[in-house]
Design a protein around this ligand. Structure first.
Ligand SMILES: N[C@@H](CCC(=O)N[C@@H](CS)C(=O)NCC(=O)O)C(=O)O
Length: 205
């Protein structure tokens, strides 16, 4: 298998985390975002929207990180990251959808302002950060209530939903808005659990 991505990209990290959880490695093909390689014809032939990641498994090619996560979880041996029980699986899908709809975009906005722009010598626009923080706070309030009575998003076991949230919570930490996590006790306890997993430690180090 080949994975086209960038080691710092949140979407690539979701896929790498699933691979690591399964104890599997794919051949990693760097798509250098700093050089704009994702918009070059060679990559557009793999991913028509000009973003990463892309998975190639022999003659099968797949893009969209959440679809790739699901494919790998079904295909590879190792502990399943998808609950078999109908309602737990439905909750997993609900939380992946919440991440995609309300969390990933503001989290990436914050990282751009607080980490990427300063790296490029540009100033962070704190009005963008404040608006994005408010969006994330709303989502994390909802998670905090849900996590009062369970350990993971889908219930009692770690699932693809937890994988899909982890890189965005990490964005908050590296962007120095960690209080969004630590001010919410159930979110904080959950983050401690999911960020300590060996797969995530490997992917994020
Ligand atoms: N919905 C896509 C989003 C992919 C995406 O936005 N990837 C980012 C990196 S995390 C990217 O390639 N950004 C470069 C660009 O937008 O030019 C997925 O989940 O795979």
């Amino acid at each position: 298998m080949k994975l086209y991505g960038h080691p710092m990209s949140t979407c690539t990290r979701k896929v790498l985390t699933v691979l690591a959880e399964k104890g599997h490695e794919a051949q990693f093909e760097l798509v250098d975002l700093m050089k704009g390689e994702q918009k070059q014809p060679a990559h557009l032939a793999r991913q028509p929207f000009g973003v990463i990641p892309v998975l190639e498994d022999e003659d099968f090619s797949l893009y969209e990180s959440r679809a790739i996560m699901r494919y790998l979880d079904q295909k590879l041996p190792g502990a399943s990251l998808t609950p078999t029980e109908l309602r737990a699986r439905a909750l997993m899908d609900q939380w992946i959808s919440v991440e995609q709809s309300y969390v990933s975009t503001p989290a990436v906005k914050i990282v751009f302002q607080r980490v990427i722009h300063p790296m490029r010598g540009q100033q962070s626009d704190e009005s963008v950060v404040d608006a994005a923080k408010a969006e994330i706070a709303r989502a994390l309030d909802v998670v905090d209530r849900a996590m009062a009575s369970q350990e993971y998003l889908a219930g009692s076991s770690y699932s693809l939903a937890d994988v899909s949230w982890t890189p965005y919570l990490h964005c908050l930490v590296i962007s120095k808005v960690e209080e969004l996590i630590t001010d919410r006790p159930n979110v904080a306890a959950w983050w401690k659990r999911i960020s300590a997993r060996p797969a995530w430690v490997k992917v994020s180090s």
